[in-house]
Design a protein around this ligand. Structure first.
Ligand SMILES: *Cc1c(COP(=O)(O)O)cnc(C)c1O
Length: 380
């Protein structure tokens, strides 16, 4: 039973992760407070260059959160109201929201039934003369099929912004064998340091990556009120920054990111091994074209039993989440501004069937054993 554990099983366990690195984190935070350089302290630039090195990209521009990162990127590309942006219908709302805020038209297309990521063949079908941008989302920690997207976009002079909020540290493997970090293939990559993300800070944070120096300069300007020199405002910008305390925490946590990803992959391997024999459920598909950072471990279960199964898990002390229950095109906010292409049947099916299990860096073997045993008991 669940009372075999000293603490309840968590969907994401940030506390245990913190306690493992507490002395380093505490002294880094105290150091910031002692220096009172809360905004634009040297740790911010230090983190940007460490992350750029980790990802092997030329520029990282930090900002306030992952949603701002998307907005700043799209502003830097200079899109005009009415321009169309192709996005997957199965994703978090932030992706579509900033498109709407900027007066652009989100064109929502279906996803791949196995990877849950934007279907690259449908991208080609959705392109019109108004299409200026595609935003693939590397959902749940695995890269979208970028080979096709990169070639369609290149041929049609369309920009790419990769939403990497869930896949920092994942790598896409091109047909020629070249492995490139998620977020480093498009004009921009964007990410979020929301606490539960794979590289999370202790509040809000985000970043933009690019290999294009001109775009990096524009993004940095837009994030800082459209100014490069103080009180000289060349474009309309916003105020979006990563504060020094968050940067100092991220500097520390970046040095553990590979271990964090490894721990998630080990937990996923355990789940795979113990759940793959159950006929009623589908374990996460792993494409050979990407490594998987396992932001989420998401099962497909029969639609008719999904909600009952979730209830059952909850009664047994096992948290779970449905990412995402409603597709973007059926959200009222997008009725008037968006457009869909095709029937979105895969997205609809996934919304009925997906369920994500506890996934974090601190799952123990005893917890994984209990979770998988409990799941097997339900389906047998
Ligand atoms: C978390 C997330 C975002 C937004 O990040 P915030 O930091 O919460 O603004 C954007 N896109 C995806 C896919 C996300 O998972």
């Amino acid at each position: 039973m669940e009372d075999q554990f000293s603490e309840k099983i968590q969907m994401v366990d940030l506390k245990k992760q913190y306690f493992k690195i507490k002395p380093a984190i505490d002294s880094a935070i105290q150091n910031c407070i002692d220096n009172t350089n809360f905004i634009k302290g040297p740790q911010v630039g230090h983190f940007e260059s460490s992350l750029a090195k980790y990802l092997d990209v030329k520029h990282v521009v930090s900002c306030g959160n992952g949603t701002d990162a998307l907005q700043i990127s799209i502003m830097a590309l200079g899109l005009k109201p009415g321009d169309e942006v192709i996005i997957p219908a199965f994703t978090y709302v932030a992706t579509a929201e900033v498109i709407g805020l900027l007066g652009l038209t989100p064109v929502m297309i279906d996803v791949d039934p196995f990877t849950f990521n934007i279907n690259s063949e449908l991208v080609l079908e959705a392109i019109t003369e108004k299409t200026k941008l595609v935003v693939p989302v590397h959902l749940f920690g695995q890269c979208a099929e970028m080979e096709g997207i990169v070639s369609h976009c290149y041929a049609n002079e369309i920009a790419i912004v990769e939403d990497t909020a869930q896949a920092i540290g994942a790598k896409y493997i091109f047909d020629n064998g070249k492995a490139v970090s998620a977020g480093a293939m498009g004009d921009f990559g964007t990410t979020s340091f929301f606490p539960s993300k794979n590289l999370g800070c202790y509040g809000d944070g985000g970043a933009i990556y690019t290999n294009n120096s001109d775009l990096a300069r524009k993004a940095r300007m837009i994030a800082n009120h459209g100014q490069e020199k103080k009180y000289i405002h060349d474009v309309i910008g916003i105020n979006s920054r990563l504060d020094t305390i968050q940067a100092t925490i991220l500097n520390e946590k970046l040095s553990h990111l590979n271990t964090y990803i490894y721990n998630r992959q080990e937990a996923a391997n355990y789940y795979d091994r113990e759940l793959k024999g159950i006929d009623a459920i589908e374990i996460p598909f792993r494409t050979k074209k990407s490594t998987h950072a396992f932001h989420q471990y998401t099962l497909k279960v029969p639609a008719k039993s999904r909600d009952d199964f979730k209830e059952y898990l909850s009664r047994k002390g096992i948290p779970s989440m449905v990412y995402y229950p409603i597709p973007l095109n059926r959200q009222k906010a997008f009725y008037d501004i968006g457009r869909t292409v095709g029937d979105l049947s895969v997205t609809e099916d996934l919304c009925q069937r997906v369920i994500s299990l506890p996934m974090h860096t601190e799952l123990t073997e005893a917890e994984l054993q209990y979770i998988t045993k409990t799941i097997r008991a339900y389906f047998n």
